[in-house]
Design a protein around this ligand. Sequence first.
Ligand code: KIV
Ligand code: ZN
Length: 390
Amino acid sequence: MAERIYIFDTTLRDGEQSPGCSMTVPEKLKMAAKLVDLGVDILEAGFPIASDGDFEAVGAVAREFPWVNVAALARSNKMDVERAAQSLKNAKRPRIHTFIATSDIHLKHKLKKSRQQVLDEAVAAVTLARSYVDDVEFSAEDATRTDWDYLEEVSKAVVAAGARTVNLPDTVGFSVPDEYGAMIGRMVKALGNTAIVSVHCHDDLGLAVANSLAAVQNGARQIECTINGIGERAGNAALEEIVMAFNTRRDRLPYETKIVTEHLFPASQLLTSIITFGPQPNKAIVGENAFAHEAGIHQDGFLKERTTYEIIDPHSVGVPESKLILGKHSGRHALTKRCEDLGFLLNREQLDIVYQRFTTMADRKKGMRNDEISALAREVLEDSKAARAS
Ligand code: KIV
Ligand code: ZN
């Protein structure tokens, strides 16, 4: 039996707070509708103390989608927690997500507080949040640079105060999979079944998804992630990559989510239309080239049997079709297929000429568009017609 993993989407909070990604309330509502179709388990809609817009967005998302678990972020202090509670006051399934940093480096330079003070404030915030809602999550910011004994002490204390989920973020993307897995394994063991252990990884070393998977293999049951991996600095773990890793490698990763994968690409496209940038072309799952083949050997294999070069069916993630890019690395087989798709039936001799002219042109260019290939095929057909007539 595959173990159920809860997907906590923070596209509208951690994602939205990064450069070029801010969203208006209507934009958040539009994106939230897509995240609901996608089937995320918890939707973090904003950080209500940060702005009136965020406050409004949390309320609006909770009002529009009452059956969804909607989370609001709050630092571990009275003002933040009360503001979050107020933003969620009409929510049917509210979650207050409160956090404070626990690493010595944050305590010394940022908070200027002792470990005991931070522990007391974490417990007080969770206790206050529990006076408003049943569903409280606590995050130990910079958990991966925190002393493990202290992290365990804080985790146990917040659970005793009423937190149901304990999130242990790799806030600065510093950890590596075996280390993060070991830390999560220890905290899962310490908390037993008193709370769900959650993970939240940033991608500063490009390891956010790998770290999240290692955490799940060590007992974490909630993953915080974003569409297209947007988020602070290098971003958060990409939701689409995590979900498709589970779906594609069930043999090694026997975990399941409620994500309707056919909505992954549309969700990525919608986000791109709202914020100021899209995923890089070679981004896994949702990038423009994720299902594009240019090398002749690959195209030949792909045309014989798709799975020779594709581990995921593009339709399963909502990508309309795979693309054969015709460039200087492409072979005759793909060119023939493209000419046929474009409506040109050429004999062998004509194809040879098209192929010859195509390779000369493609050598100079980055790729050939359909209209350029059509023009070549048309030219060759007209030449043969003229030769026959003369
Ligand atoms: O990266 C982080 O630590 C966070 C917390 C607020 C969960 O975003
Ligand atoms: Zn974060």
